[in-house]
Ligand binder design. Sequence first.
Ligand SMILES: Cc1cc2nc3c(=O)[nH]c(=O)nc-3n(C[C@H](O)[C@H](O)[C@H](O)COP(=O)(O)OP(=O)(O)OC[C@H]3O[C@@H](n4cnc5c(N)ncnc54)[C@H](O)[C@@H]3O)c2cc1C
Length: 352
Amino acid sequence: MGDCGHPSIEIPFSQRPIIILGAGIIGCAAARQLLFKGFSVTVVAEHLPGDQDISYSSAWAGAAWHAAGGISPEQRHIQAVSYRHLLKMARDEPDSGVCIVDSREYVEQPPSKDSSIWGRTILSKFRDLKPGEYPADFNCGWAYKTVVTDPTRHMPYLRNKIASLGGRFIRKRVEALEELYALFPDSRIFINASGNGSKTLLDVQDQKCFPERGQNVFYRTTKCNTFYFQNGKTYTYIIPRPLSQAVILGGVKQRDNLSPEVDMNIARDEIARAHYLAPEIVPENPPEESLSYIVGIRPSREGGFRLDSEQIGNRLVLSAYGFGGGGYAFSYGIGDVLVKMVETSEKSTVIT
Ligand SMILES: Cc1cc2nc3c(=O)[nH]c(=O)nc-3n(C[C@H](O)[C@H](O)[C@H](O)COP(=O)(O)OP(=O)(O)OC[C@H]3O[C@@H](n4cnc5c(N)ncnc54)[C@H](O)[C@@H]3O)c2cc1C
């Protein structure tokens, strides 16, 4: 009891570290946003920024910001918030590896209201392409500015940013969230940002999660300032990496395929599709010495990503995983939603 007869609070809310499981773009973006708000954060993960394991999706992404089709208005807003943060990093923080680039999107069918057309409400310099500006076998096309993130620069940037704001990383594999509860008995908030790990964590076992293999061609070229995108009967992108003088050619999605081997048939097909979209950038037969290959596993989830909170005993567990091919496009928007959830919990601890 305190002097006035009120029970004293041993550890105030803000001093109980928030524990994040997962150091991919989702866990690290959440850590950065929470640290900016003054919370104490510890990130626990088997793979940390800088690692290159095939299952650590964030190391291998393209990673372009593209408006996703088929998502709810709330999810669109999360993407919009993410775009805002990435744009600011591109302008103010050159070491973040985020760049503003031109874009050309080619559309096969007249766009429905549910399609990626909503991107025009937030992307700068959005305009319809005129016939002749896009290949004749497409229905229409759009030009706009978007942001691309180079994960080989962005993940180390995040590692340094989180550390400089006082965040802590612990390299550790856990088999269940319960292990974390035992390791951090004072903590009340746990964020599960474990990507595909959520399929096997013993107290999560989310059977909607599935691995989805991606394989890209990394082509070194000085023509690396325009993003090309076609998402319809085929799923083809050319993602520029201006800081590395290269472009990423893709894509492919192979459910439940975990092979680390480069499939040269896929690579040849991706080069051919990219050449069709942008022959001025990708020649029919790029020199072999200018090519290398990227293989990574996306953390996909049937029905889309999970983002919610659950009270488990005296702990709040926030789940943020299953972002498939869009983790970078959602990243900082998700971070901000998680901050709001934490602040809501904080508010409930204030005596009213
Ligand atoms: C080829 C390719 C191209 C892509 N292109 C794009 C793109 O253009 N735009 C875009 O937005 N996205 C793109 N993505 C998708 C993007 O990479 C993912 O959505 C994103 O990286 C997912 O981040 P995450 O943090 O959820 O998961 P991950 O990056 O996989 O991180 C999961 C973390 O959880 C940890 N973990 C898991 N289980 C455990 C456990 N049991 N114990 C301890 N730690 C654990 C891991 O070690 C890791 O730190 C692409 C992906 C691929 C593969």
